[in-house]
Design a protein around this ligand. Sequence first.
Ligand code: ZN
Length: 581
Amino acid sequence: VKFLYLLLILCATAHALDREAFTFTHYDLDVRVEPSQQRLAVRGKITLRNDSDRPQRVATLQISSPLAWLSIKADGKPLQFVSQTYTSDIDHTGQLSEALATLPREIAPGAAIELEVGYDGTVPLDAGRLAAIGVPAAIAKHTDWDQIAPSSSAVRGLGYVAWYPVATNAADLADDSVAEISARWKSREAQSSMNINLCADIDGPGSPMLLMNDPPRTEGEGGGYDRHACRVAQFSPLGAVVPAFFIASYAAVETGAADIFYLPSSKPAAEAYQAAVDLVAPFVREWFGSTGKARIIQLADSQASPYESGSTLITPLSETVDSRQVQQTLVHQMVHASFSSPRSWIYEGLAHFAQAAFIERQSGRPAALDFMALHRQALLDAEQPADAQKPADASQPTAEAKPKDQAADRSEINTSSEEFYRTKAMYFWWMLRDMLGGETLKKVIAAYRPEQDKEPSYVQKLVEAQTRRDLEWFFDDWVYRDYGLPDFRVESVSPRQNLQGGYLVAVTVENLGGAGAEVPVTVRAPGGEVSQRLEVRARSKATFRVESRGFPAAVVVNDGSVPESDMTNNSFTVKPPAASQ
Ligand SMILES: [Zn+2]
């Protein structure tokens, strides 16, 4: 009878079920892991705050589908709940065990309730969501590598394995909504916190170590790297980090700038990484000041895709990998350990920029431009929808007010797209470095304080404090709005012979795109080439004049340092003097 009553309530509220009504503001979880059984059992308390604008009578709690709900209580009394399978690619299995719990009272908007929960089950290797979109199993298992297993366990949280309760609308890998749903959950959890007491039953040989990716402690507490069966971790704010845990017979090597946790059979590889850390550290210090400690945690699967969590890199360690490549990878996490920002385009953008700048130091500018170009096509693809609706098209009657909103939604400030906050932001910092010079950009970085970054224009003000240039247009085109990319073409080249027998060459460059930039332009002539930087605003032209000893044969705009929608129209062949008369 009770069950029927509950069903009636659920049916009555079904049309109004809002899965994302509650923000989980605090978790207190006791987690017990039994690697030999691939098992996880959790008891804990979660505080839910109603952030919707309507009273809520039903709470949604979701966990990975091989886990099952045991109990949900409020005020010490068990709640009625219906448990069902909910299809969502937010979990590696492609499904969630969802509990719809009837609360003892309606929770008003803004009010909170604490629930006591219990659940258990297994976390096996499962690439169900990737199989569903046709990824071959042999590849999928190296991407969705999360599992609890006897010899080594590695389990990431939201977006991989829902091993702690969440509440999200269905995400689908096929339409790319996993990133969007994850980003929305993280922004809801921006101020939330999680305390975890994680214990592992370790009965096998070896002496396993328990690691979590919690943010570094500031109050002088130890890192907690000792061998023990239990580990206490605090994640706060939860929006910045996805809780994950790792259990294996790790050995540790500590260097000044990074701690490396490796499996005993990989000692030579760990030593190679240690050497790379020592080599990279001075470069990171030069750009970002004193370095914090990065952490490298080895994945047992040698083909697994690496995963980053702040200053922690989870990756296979290989001796055979080129040492330069190891250094280039380490730069990224070491920058994260040294520089923090609540904004992805700054936090990730600068870490990717630093990789390019390190490669430039190692192998020269063309090698750095090649590195940045690796993701250029993906950025171009991501920009495509915006390109179709540039502000210039807004005059067309069908365009309505949409382009403006889209330009704001897809800006670096608001984006959840990796192509934007990683690739486009990397190019942004590179272009800014080219415009200001490295020493000025280092001063901007040194002046940056994450706690003072409250306004989108904070970085622009830091830049303007170091230079007299007004860069509002540049930040507006690349950071505050998404107006697509520039598209340069050399419109005209007019050489005039001067009295010394050389040429004065006037070059006009047109930018057909929606974003302006300062771009290098090179005049090639038999006597050598001359390069100059030219600021060309969106849908504008700009002209400069240079002296050239020989008759200019060709003019090329953009060396690849400015991402552009079309690079096929960048060179201009000048007609020889005889033909022009
Ligand atoms: Zn990163």
